[in-house]
Design a protein around this ligand. Structure first.
Ligand SMILES: C[S@@+](CC[C@H](N)C(=O)[O-])C[C@H]1O[C@@H](n2cnc3c(N)ncnc32)[C@H](O)[C@@H]1O
Length: 280
């Protein structure tokens, strides 16, 4: 089978499996199995795949056909400006979350040596991206589960993010020390259990501990607002990613918690995705 035939075959099988982004994914898969970049693929599209590459493609397609996430199959995914290792037990970094990182980056501009706390860190994609963009910052990441903690460590090494510290902890128990931060950021679990049914088949392979945010999806916002306000410097920012239709509820939680200058920011799909607030 030639590279061109493999690409067309991959696209068709992904489409038949109900995968909308079949063109995008087919390109990524062909690049992965050949090791070629876009130009090399165009120059060599008539080349025959070798036996190993064909076997690899078959294995990948069998997994995608049961909607096992492509990111877990490849073991690595691009987020914001950096690469992150991902696999079973850790949430796959989403492009929506890049909006949260961008809002944090805007706030941190011109702040000398900022102290940053990333709660519910998962792969570490938020904390590590900010640590890389702001090398004079000090970033602390808090995560409860061992599976995710292993990925944070790998991703710190992969990205050479030396200005980071990882803590195993539960945000419902609050801070263990009296450290103060200029920015507290979190993309916590926020899906209400009743909405799990309507999530994509891929999401069902991700850990529920990274997805479910209590009966109304808002438990983590209430706990973080209450437990971490004292950990924020005056003038510091609390920044949350929120689920669909949650922004106004989170805004109320922040208003009730005594925060000011509350702003809601939309993602690339015009969905209210980020809520930021300032501690007066
Ligand atoms: C929605 S994921 C976000 C991961 C990452 N921040 C991102 O944006 O991709 C939420 C993360 O919170 C972690 N988590 C769940 N409950 C927690 C708790 N009580 N305390 C700290 N982390 C928790 C999960 O293991 C998961 O890694």
């Amino acid at each position: 089978m030639t590279i061109f035939e493999a690409y067309n075959n991959t696209k068709r099988r992904l489409k038949d499996a109900g995968i909308e982004d079949n063109v995008f994914e087919a390109k990524i898969i062909i690049k992965h199995i050949t090791g070629f970049n876009n130009n090399q693929i165009l120059e060599n599209y008539g080349n025959e795949l070798n036996e190993f590459q064909e076997n690899n493609l078959t294995a990948i397609l069998r997994q995608r056909e049961i909607r096992y996430p492509l990111q877990y199959i490849l073991g690595e995914w691009d987020f914001y400006k950096y690469k992150f290792k991902v696999g079973v037990g850790v949430l796959i970094p989403r492009s929506d979350t890049e909006v949260l990182v961008e809002e944090c980056a805007k706030f941190l501009q011109d702040k000398p040596s900022p102290k940053i706390l990333d709660l519910c860190s998962g792969s570490g994609c938020i904390g590590i991206s900010l640590a890389k963009d702001f090398p004079d910052s000090a970033v602390v990441m808090v995560e409860k589960y061992a599976e995710a903690l292993r990925y944070i460590d790998q991703n710190i090494k992969l990205n050479g993010a030396e200005n980071t510290l990882v803590l195993e902890g539960d945000i419902f128990e609050g801070t263990a020390n009296s450290e103060k931060y200029d920015l507290i950021v979190s993309n916590p679990p926020y899906i209400p259990p009743c909405e799990m049914e309507i999530t994509s088949p891929e999401v069902k392979f991700e850990p529920e501990t990274a997805l479910l945010g209590g009966e109304d999806g808002l438990d983590f916002y209430r706990a973080i607002t209450k437990n971490y306000k004292n950990a924020l410097n005056s003038g510091g920012m609390l920044a949350f990613e929120v689920g669909i239709n949650e922004a106004e509820y989170v805004k109320s939680i922040l208003t009730d918690g005594g925060f000011d200058n509350i702003e809601i920011v939309k993602d690339f799909n015009e969905i209210e995705r980020v809520v930021t607030a300032i501690k007066v």
